[in-house]
Design a protein around this ligand. Sequence first.
Ligand SMILES: [Mn+2]
Length: 327
Amino acid sequence: MKNQEIKNFLAKLQELDDFAIIGHINPDGDTIGSALALAFMLESLGKKVELWNLDPVPELYHFLPGVQRFSCPQAGDWQGKNLIFVDCSEPKRCGDEILPYYRQASTLFNIDHHISNKLFADFNLVVPERAASGEIIYELVKMSGVPLSREIATCLYVTIVTDTGSFRFPNTTASTFRIAAELKEAGADTETINHQIYEEIPPETLAVLGYAFAHFQYSPQRKVCWLVLDKQTLTRLQARDEHLEGIVNYAKAQKGVEVGILLREAEPDLVKVSFRSKKAVDVNALAQIFGGGGHQRAAGCRYRGPLTEAEQKIIEQAILITEGAGA
Ligand SMILES: [Mn+2]
């Protein structure tokens, strides 16, 4: 990421006012923490900022400062706003419901680290080498001269710790550690953050995990492991999307497995699919076959069709890529 690129992007933000920051649906620590940190930064620069998301913030992140400010935009809210997308490869990641409206905004900004990003905005700051969108927000904060407050540091630390799986995933770089160190010095309470995110697991998540361990399926060479969650099972386990966060990592994190996949029935004929890979397989490419995308080691797609058909087509393709060509 070139300094000049950040400078130009920041200059444009500084020129404007009346912002709305929007994150992706089924929000994670990166999209929420990035949006909050950016809001604090812009407000320190004297700007008016709203925080939008079509889905509620998962309980796991309710400890974050400012989190109660997220609201769901209504039809009349878009006109005249300067809209900043964070952690979204394309506008529909914020929900199909925004598609008729988002172009009513004055200026579109796009801050993201997905390699599949469609560069859809008037101003794009997309850096796939960064472990989290929060790392890009960090650079903006530094460049802006806004002090790294405890609130900003806390939100940014959450973006990094969640998107790197606590510094375990291969997206973790030396600069990830440097940024994290600086955030801790700036007052991010890493002990509390880790406790909130990893040691307050809701019972619904445990119920899904129990089901998962009993129902994982495997390819012939056991390099692909997947889990299918139909609507009926999810209802029985009382599990919402926020309770499924991280389940796919357990599919991947098994001896000999290269690719982990979670298929969950969101609605009849709509299947949400998450992909994770260790190192041999580019799951961004795999997800793109089905109209999705993300990162090389973590990606997703939405499959329109029955659950059994989604499973058959997607798993067939995953096995072909992972085991077919002598992998
Ligand atoms: Mn992210």
